[in-house]
Write a protein that binds this ligand. Structure first.
Ligand SMILES: C[S@@+](CC[C@H](N)C(=O)[O-])C[C@H]1O[C@@H](n2cnc3c(N)ncnc32)[C@H](O)[C@@H]1O
Length: 290
C-alpha cells in the first residue's frame, strides 16, 4: 500500500492541540563550564540556550572523569571510518541530534551493545546529566558531542550512519521562528550525506505544525522517502521505543506525538542532483506549510 499523502497526516493531526513550548580522534579539549566564555556562535542550527544553572559537583566530576574519552572533536582531522571512533568494532552506527539528558540514547546503547551510538547535545546541564548517566552505566559504545550538531555532521565521513534520530527537536512554534527549525534543506543534505543506502532518518514531535513542516521540507528536498503505509506507522512509536523525557511531558499534557520514518533509497533510485535542487528551491519551507 502506498504511503498516505502529507495532507492525510495533516488532517489526522489537525484535531490535536497545536500548542507546545516552544580508534579515531577523541577530544582532549576540556569541557567548558559556566564561568568560561563560550565562543561566538558560528552560522549553524542551534538557537537555544547552552548554559543554565551551575552544574552540580557530581555532574562536574562526571565530566572531568568520563568526558575526555567520550567527546568527539570536529576540530581534529575527520575520520575515514566512523566505526574507528569506537573502541570496539560496531555493526552499525546510530546518531541522535539533541539528546537532552541522554535517556533515549543510553537506553538504545544498552539494548544494542553491538552498535555504536553518537549523541549530540549543546545544552550544558542536559549534556552533563547524560555523561553522568553514561559513566554510571559503564557503556563503551557511545560517543558524544556537546555543541551544535552541524559541524559534527559535516565532519563525519559520508555513507556510514545507519540511522539519524531527531526526537522532539526544539519546536519554534511561532511562525517567524520556523526558519530556526533543525529540519531544513541544508540539514537534510547533511543527514542524507551521512546515511548508508537504505539508512533511516527518524523524527518525532508533538507539534503538528513541525510535523507538517518536516513532511513538506523532506518532500521538497526530494531524496528521502517517507515509509508510512498506514496511520499506525506515524501514530505508534517504533518497536522497542524507550520514550524520551520530552515525550513523557507531552503525553502528560495530553498532546499526541507523531513518529515519522524516512529512508534513504539505494543510490540508483535517487533523483539526479539537479532535479533535487530545482524541487528544493521551488518548495522551500514556509510556502508549502500552514
Ligand atoms: C526539546 S529538547 C528534546 C530533548 C530530547 N530529544 C527529548 O526528547 O527529551 C531539544 C533538544 O535539542 C537540542 N538542540 C537544539 N538545537 C540543536 C542543534 N543544532 N544541535 C544539537 N542539538 C540541538 C536542545 O539543546 C535540546 O536539548
Amino acid at each position: 500500500m502506498r504511503a498516505p499523502r502529507r495532507t492525510a497526516i495533516s488532517a489526522a493531526i489537525r484535531s490535536r492541540t497545536a500548542a507546545s513550548p516552544g580508534s579515531g580522534p577523541i577530544s582532549s579539549t576540556p569541557f567548558r563550564t559556566r564561568s568560561e566564555p563560550l565562543p561566538e556562535r558560528r552560522a549553524g542550527a542551534f538557537f537555544g540556550r547552552r548554559v543554565g544553572k551551575p552544574l552540580k559537583p557530581s555532574q562536574q566530576a562526571a565530566l572531568t572523569r568520563h568526558l575526555p574519552g567520550l567527546r568527539l572533536d570536529p576540530q581534529t582531522p575527520p575520520p575515514v571510518r566512523a566505526a574507528a571512533l569506537f573502541p570496539r568494532p560496531v555493526e552499525r552506527i546510530q546518531l541522535e541530534i539533541g539528546t537532552g539528558g541522554g535517556e533515549h540514547l543510553l537506553a538504545c546503547a544498552a539494548a544494542d551493545p553491538g552498535a555504536g551510538f553518537i549523541g549530540v547535545e549543546p545544552f550544558v546541564a542536559a549534556f552533563a546529566k547524560g555523561v553522568q548517566a553514561l559513566g554510571e552505566a559503564g557503556l563503551t559504545n557511545v560517543r558524544l558531542y556537546d555543541d551544535d550538531a552541524v559541524p559534527l555532521l559535516d565532519w563525519l565521513p559520508p555513507g556510514q550512519i545507519a540511522e539519524v534520530d531527531l526526537l522532539y527537536p526544539d519546536p519554534w512554534p511561532k511562525r517567524r521562528h520556523w526558519k530556526r527549525r533543525f529540519v531544513n534543506p541544508d540539514n537534510l543534505d547533511r543527514i542524507c550525506r551521512l546515511l548508508v543506502p537504505g539508512g533511516l532518518f527518524r523524527f518525532a514531535s508533538d507539534l503538528p505544525s513541525y510535523v507538517d513542516w518536516t513532511l513538506a521540507t523532506v518532500e521538497a528536498h526530494g531524496v528521502l522517502a517517507w515509509t508510512a503505509e498506514t496511520a499506525d506507522d506515524w501514530r505508534r512509536p517504533w518497536p522497542g521505543w524507550p520514550g524520551t523525557r520530552y515525550e513523557a511531558k507531552a503525553l502528560a499534557a495530553g498532546r499526541r506525538p507523531t513518529y515519522l520514518t524516512f529512508r534513504l533509497p539505494a543510490q540508483d533510485d535517487r533523483p539526479a542532483q539537479d532535479d533535487r535542487k530545482d524541487r528544493a528551491e521551488g518548495g522551500r519551507p514556509g510556502g508549502t506549510t500552514r
